[in-house]
Design a protein. Structure first.
Length: 351
């Protein structure tokens, strides 16, 4: 680092800067969001205020220490071997932590960062190749034919479906799912999604934690994170996991989504993973009150279909061999449009 608060090799849209003031003036030509965040980053406070996504509750502002954000950037650079002069693409909104951290990684590590609008297909207008980028699953889905422009890609902000995982298997880009949240300053763990060796199974891939991260579970089998480099406090999550080792875990689902149906605990996310092989539109499963079972499993689909198509779907679900008997939804409901958060995550409970 030089005596300023950004790396001497940092470039934004192929432009280098001699001072913070010069960078701030230029950032206003990109977007108000980028300019506002960089202004906050270069002020005299040792923290920034960021907004949580609201996927598990009401969105709320939280304080993140700037030193912790730099540590997170260093950990990502170390894990993926992204050194000075890495060429990176920012195609996420900088209103949220994932987009902000792409800026911090570039500022801290000395990357050459290009910024494009956070649209569904951000690679369409891009005419160069990149060492690294980050996307949400919707962007990944809409960029399959252009992914060769990126060497390493991390995907967060939602579950990557089985269909999408199958679609990326023969793509040269090294693609990783991320696990994290605003409180952990984006990801603290990553999972390989493609380019497996011949003897490896996709289903065997687990999340591997970054350096200086310790993981345990509580009495609910929920993940507990100790990461002193990015958080002063131990973070107790609502994510049910299976620890594979002290550095690896399998994510099973959200504790607050667990369905207790006749004494059997069902993890909706795992059931949805199986159903995604035969349902191509958006959907989720959830438990609703039932006098006999306590909660019964139902399937909610964003669409409307004919009664004939519904019968075909029910038969396909019944014959899906990977589904256990108690994982078969008791009823199917159709909704024209799902309720979403600002970051396009489905709000199950509200629906």
């Amino acid at each position: 680092m030089n005596n300023k608060r950004f790396h001497k090799s940092f470039r934004l849209n192929d432009i280098s800067f001699l001072s913070e003031e010069e960078l701030l003036v230029y950032s206003k030509t990109i977007s108000n969001s980028v300019a506002t965040f960089l202004s906050d980053w270069f002020n005299d406070k040792d923290f920034v205020i960021v907004q949580t996504s609201g996927s598990t509750g009401k969105p709320k502002p939280i304080k993140l220490q700037k030193e912790f954000m730099k540590n997170s950037a260093l950990a990502t650079g170390d894990f993926f071997d992204l050194k000075e002069n890495t060429i990176a693409l920012l195609c996420l909104s900088t209103d949220y932590i994932a987009g902000k951290m792409m800026l911090i990684r570039a500022l801290t590590l000395g990357w050459q960062l290009d910024v494009v609008k956070p649209v569904m297909n951000p690679l369409n207008e891009v005419n160069k190749t990149y060492d690294f980028s980050a996307m949400v699953p919707l962007q990944l889905r809409n960029s399959l034919s252009e992914l060769h422009k990126i060497d390493k890609l991390i995907v967060g902000g939602g579950v990557v479906s089985n269909n999408l995982i199958s679609a990326i298997q023969n793509i040269s880009t090294n693609i990783f799912a991320t696990y994290g949240m605003t409180e952990t300053i984006t990801h603290i763990a990553v999972k390989k999604l493609n380019n497996f060796k011949s003897h490896q199974l996709i289903s065997d891939a687990n999340y591997t934690v970054l350096s200086n991260v310790k993981i345990t579970t509580d009495d609910r089998n929920c993940l507990v994170i100790e990461a002193s480099k990015v958080s002063e406090e131990k973070i107790i999550t609502n994510d049910v996991v299976q620890l594979v080792s002290n550095k690896e875990f399998e994510w099973l689902g959200r504790f607050d989504n667990v369905i207790n149906s006749g004494g059997i605990k069902l993890h909706p996310e795992k059931i949805e993973e199986k159903l995604s092989k035969i349902i191509n539109t958006r959907f989720f499963v959830i438990g609703i009150n039932d006098d006999f079972l306590g909660e019964k499993l139902v399937l909610i689909i964003e669409n409307s279909i004919s009664s004939e198509e519904e019968e075909i779907l029910k038969l396909a679900i019944k014959n899906l061999k990977t589904l256990a008997k108690f994982e078969v939804p008791k009823d199917i409901y159709f909704i024209d449009k799902f309720i979403e958060t600002e970051t396009n995550k489905i709000q199950r409970k509200k629906l």
